[in-house]
Design a protein around this ligand. Structure first.
Ligand code: HEM
Length: 137
């Protein structure tokens, strides 16, 4: 028998705060659209396969898990981390800066909570620069 109608308080994840999968997919799509269209990101674009569709899906799944949402990306890739996922990628400082700048633009444009967007852009930028061994400014 139900004795209470009060919902148990659940901690909200960053995934919830960002707006869930539709917002993650939206800023990921914007990121790849910028990468494909803006010549400022040509070096980064050239590292990727011609078809960006698999990357749009993979980065959406990765970031959903990273933000505390569904963990499918990790469940489907046991033992894989961000460094091993990039083992064959010729990382350069220029490409990492392009990644950080395009992602900052995408997140700033598409995450409705501006304070959260700034924090997210900063965290992802420092991840990208760290992966290339570059100190954040
Ligand atoms: C530091 C600059 C970065 C560069 C130059 C870079 C470049 C690449 C390239 C070339 C690929 C393979 C794409 C393809 O096969 O078409 C890739 C895959 C991927 N990258 Fe990055 N990346 C960077 C940073 C990041 C960061 C910071 C994240 C996460 C926040 C990320 C997430 C991913 C994911 C999830 C994949 C797909 C892995 C898979 O599906 O197995 N990348 N990246």
């Amino acid at each position: 028998m139900q004795t209470s109608t009060q919902a148990t308080a659940q901690p909200r994840t960053a995934y919830d705060l960002v707006g869930g999968r539709s917002v993650v997919r939206d800023f990921v799509d914007r990121f790849y659209d910028l990468m494909a269209a803006d010549p400022a990101y040509a070096e980064l674009r050239a590292l990727h396969a011609p078809d960006l569709a698999p990357m749009r899906a993979s980065l959406t799944d990765f970031l959903s898990a990273w933000l505390g949402g569904p963990r499918d990306w990790f469940d489907e890739r046991p033992g894989v981390c961000m460094m091993s996922a990039h083992r064959g990628v010729a990382m350069s400082e220029a490409a990492a800066r392009q990644w950080a700048e395009a992602m900052t633009r995408a997140v700033t444009e598409r995450v409705p909570d501006k304070g959260l967007a700034d924090k997210l852009a900063e965290a992802l930028s420092s991840m990208a620069l760290g992966m290339a061994g570059v100190e954040a400014a």
